[in-house]
Design a protein around this ligand. Structure first.
Ligand SMILES: [Mg+2]
Length: 236
């Protein structure tokens, strides 16, 4: 028996701030290629995940100003007022491959859990997007008082599943929180990197496979779980 753990934001769902940004500029009479905005947002997301993980988690007004200034520098445009940008990306959407990937994992016999750095709204987001029913265990950082990459949140999840960490593989889009965090807890990890053409491959431990979509990530996770080395801190 093995379990697959999933990150939420950027992995199963996204909020398409790029779309709102492109629409706002169009309303100002400035034509911006939507794909260029999507690429800039993706690149900025990955830059901040790597360079400012604490700011990235907090996502307060100071972070948002820096974030949108970075996106607009990439686009060669002046950043709009902060309150305009803060309203972008208000609603979360399921990634088109999310349900197919979760279904694939379940039909291959994996037990599923969700591990997310999220506030208590996570439950409503999961219910609203009809994702909650896929998971046996849901670990939200705000409820546990521990955030990824802290191994504690991964170990809590494994304990709730009743499995040792080395029977669990975590899939997520953040090299530090997800890949490093799960590895530090003695789990397998697969990094989801949907757009290598937009942002360079983040640094990940050499044993971590990188997948370009969620179904491939599930396939890689199921494979790697079968061949995981035992964690050095665990009894044989
Ligand atoms: Mg994420």
């Amino acid at each position: 028996m093995q379990a697959l753990l999933f990150d939420l934001g950027g992995t199963l769902i996204d909020r398409r701030r790029d779309r709102d940004c492109a629409r706002w500029w169009a309303a100002q009479g400035v034509r911006v290629e939507p794909r260029a905005v999507a690429a800039a947002v993706y690149r900025a997301d990955h830059r901040f995940m790597e360079e400012a993980p604490d700011l990235w988690h907090a996502q307060g007004p100071a972070f948002l100003r820096r974030y949108w200034a970075t996106v607009h520098r990439m686009l060669g445009l002046p950043p709009p007022p902060a309150d305009v940008c803060a309203a972008w990306g208000g609603s979360w959407l399921r990634h088109p491959d999310a349900v197919a990937a979760l279904t694939l994992a379940r039909t291959r016999g994996a037990r599923l859990a969700l591990v997310s750095n999220w506030d208590a709204t996570g439950w409503d987001v999961l219910r609203g997007l009809d994702l909650l029913r896929h998971f046996e265990v849901v670990a939200l950082s705000a409820e546990l008082g521990r955030e990824k990459p802290d191994p504690a949140i991964f170990l809590w999840t494994a304990a709730r599943l009743g499995l040792p960490p080395d029977r669990c593989t975590h899939i997520g889009d953040n090299a530090w929180d997800d890949a490093e965090g799960a590895s530090g807890a003695g789990m397998g990890a697969v990094l989801l990197h949907r757009h290598p053409e937009w942002a360079p491959l983040p640094r990940v431990p050499s044993h971590v496979p990188v997948a370009g979509d969620l179904r491939l990530a599930v396939v890689a996770a199921l494979r790697s779980a079968a061949a995981l080395p035992r964690f050095a801190g665990q009894p044989a």
